[in-house]
Design a protein around this ligand. Structure first.
Ligand SMILES: C[S@@+](CC[C@H](N)C(=O)[O-])C[C@H]1O[C@@H](n2cnc3c(N)ncnc32)[C@H](O)[C@@H]1O
Length: 398
């Protein structure tokens, strides 16, 4: 099943998003934090020597100037946590960073925080180092994180991660497709397009199809900001779909990261995996990551206001309101589906039960509450008690 699932942001996020330089990074970091551990503990339970690998291809400094964790420090902490598990997993971290000053800072973070771990730091271009790193993780479960500030590596290279030696082992990639696309794609309608730059995007997108997708929504240079956003969205969706086709299996998942429902995305996260288990586990982490993100924005929004001191209580109340609203919506949709008189699994009815609005936003917690509500209403005989995989649970009419 190839799927491309879109998650949209729509809830009470801060007006003051742009005040914090790091705020755009909060969601991607929250998702990595939530996902790295379950990925490694699950895939590492059966891997040779309980090894699992992470490649952070555009690693950055590891920590920000103010000491806050970047992806480097986060992965180092996860690797220590995995090593401390009763049934330990041996995480191997491979960082690549091109900028000399940044790589020096990263090395210092690794020296301070990587004691006892298997860590490599390569300086230079990720494309140069990738083949050797893929050899080094032959047959080991791999999570690759590609988070450039500009354009990502060509799609052929992303696909090579899935076709690596020993690629029967679980392989997953999280890509930050930045809104930089917009700047380059603008050249399509400029008087002096730079063909080499356009070709570079052809490589990124795996062909020139994106030019037509863009021009379809944004045919000339007087196009509105909304048209440009629609063009960007079409290219990102096309990218996810093509990547899904090329890697086969479960597919890709797109999160468009926007500060508020009415603002444009600042970047898109594309998650790719061949395994449905990976998609489901990622969905759970994305939901938790979004919750962290809402919390962060609630705090920022309250800073300097009369209600600043109560922000956490207000945030909790808002979360409770959202939970109740989501549970009611899912319960209504379950009852509607049960009205057809046949048993079904939510995994087979994603559109009907989760829809575009709730996929990736809700998680097991919300599904459980909704099924319980439907049970209490006497519309199903299915009790979710003691069941973990609720997406695959057969929901039966009474
Ligand atoms: C957005 S930052 C990374 C942030 C980091 N991944 C995090 O989540 O905390 C992108 C980094 O990629 C580096 N970079 C840019 N082009 C690169 C390339 N071709 N190969 C490796 N690193 C590159 C930049 O120097 C920059 O430090």
């Amino acid at each position: 099943m190839a799927s491309s699932i879109q998650i949209r942001q729509g809830h009470a996020l801060s007006q003051q998003f742009h005040k914090s330089k790091k705020s755009a990074a909060v969601l991607k970091h929250a998702i990595i934090k939530q996902y790295a551990m379950p990925f490694a503990s699950k895939t590492g339970s059966t891997s040779t020597g309980n090894r699992v690998a992470f490649i952070d291809g555009y690693a950055g400094p590891g920590r920000y100037d103010d000491g806050a964790e970047g992806s480097g420090a986060m992965l180092l902490k996860t690797a220590h946590d995995l090593a401390a598990m009763r049934s330990a997993r041996r995480a191997e971290l491979h960082f690549v960073e091109q900028d000399p000053d940044t790589v020096a800072r990263l090395r210092s973070v690794v020296a301070d925080e990587g004691s006892g771990l298997t860590v490599t730091v390569s300086d230079g271009d990720v494309s140069t180092h990738l083949p050797a790193l893929l050899d080094a993780v032959d047959g080991i479960p791999l999570f690759a994180y590609l988070d450039p500030c500009g354009l990502i590596i060509p799609m052929d290279e992303v696909v090579s991660i899935f076709n690596r030696p020993g690629s029967n082992a679980p392989t997953e990639v999280l890509i930050n497709l930045t809104a930089h696309l917009r700047r380059f794609a603008g050249m399509l309608t400029s008087d002096k397009p730079v063909e080499n730059s356009l070709k570079r995007i052809d490589d990124v997108c795996g062909g020139d199809w994106w030019r037509y997708a863009w021009l379809d929504k944004c045919p000339n240079k007087v196009a509105s900001e909304d048209d440009k956003a629609a063009a960007e969205q079409a290219v990102v969706e096309g990218y996810a779909q093509r990547l899904a086709e090329r890697i086969g299996g479960a597919g890709t998942w797109v999160i468009d990261v926007r500060p508020r429902a009415d603002l444009k995305p600042v970047y898109y996260l594309v998650f790719a995996t061949r395994h449905i288990d990976g998609l489901l586990a990622f969905g759970e982490s994305a939901s938790l990551g979004l919750q962290e993100w809402r919390k962060y924005h609630a705090k920022i929004a309250a800073d300097g206001t009369l209600f600043g001191g109560d922000w956490e209580a207000n945030w909790k109340a808002e979360e409770a309101r959202l939970k109740a609203q989501w549970v009611d919506t899912i319960a209504d949709r379950l009852i509607n589906e049960l009205g057809r008189g046949k048993a079904f699994r939510i995994i087979d009815r994603p559109q009907e039960i989760l829809g575009e609005d709730l996929v990736g936003v809700v998680r097991t917690l919300h599904l459980r509450a909704a099924i319980k509500k439907v049970l209490a209403a006497g519309k199903t005989s299915t009790d979710p008690k003691g069941k973990n995989d609720l997406l695959n649970l057969l929901i039966e009419p009474v």
